[in-house]
Design a protein around this ligand. Sequence first.
Ligand code: HQG
Length: 181
Amino acid sequence: MDPRRLVRASKYIARVLRHDPGRAGVRLDPQGWTSVDALLAGLGRANVRLSRTELDEVVAGNDKKRFEFSADRTRIRARQGHSVPVDLGLAPAVPPEVLYHGTVGRFLPAITAEGLRPMNRHDVHLSPDEETAARVGARRGRPVVLSVAAGRMHRDGHGFRVTGNGVWLVPAVPPEYLSAP
Ligand code: HQG
């Protein structure tokens, strides 16, 4: 599949499965799953025509493994990043001592004052290494990487979860756990 078409399809599917299922006329179950057939039909109606084989390619070839199939491969969901309410069923996990968050300078005054907030998502997303965090920040400009004292937060009672593709999720990070790396 032409890589540009693949990226375009992947972006569209991410919008549908995370934020706007109605746009492709599909519904998500409480865990965020929708039927593969319904999704392909909905994509077709929205002029994003994909075969099942091409969808497999989008899921397998996705740089960040954003999507996953159910064990029987009849359903699909986004692994994280939703704004619509979903319960991903992720178990609480013990984070490493330090995690990282990539952002940009213009957000620092607010972040320093109020900590990291989930903004439009359900959770704040944290990365296991500085390099990944820098890539996340670079989506918005010159990246600034912050260290998060995740081990200390966890011992203080903050609940962490980790997605199947290594993104750490936490509802918020109060400013006292943030520092420059
Ligand atoms: C910032 C992508 C002001 C925060 C990436 C970020 C990631 C605040 C932006 C995933 C703030 C939210 C998530 C506060 C946080 N005041 N700004 N108190 N607290 N911010 O996109 O972490 O491609 O919701 O620093 O790779 O950038 O979608 O979060 O800049 O893994 O799969 O508000 O999205 O993955 O932006 O990115 P986002 P994020 P996908």
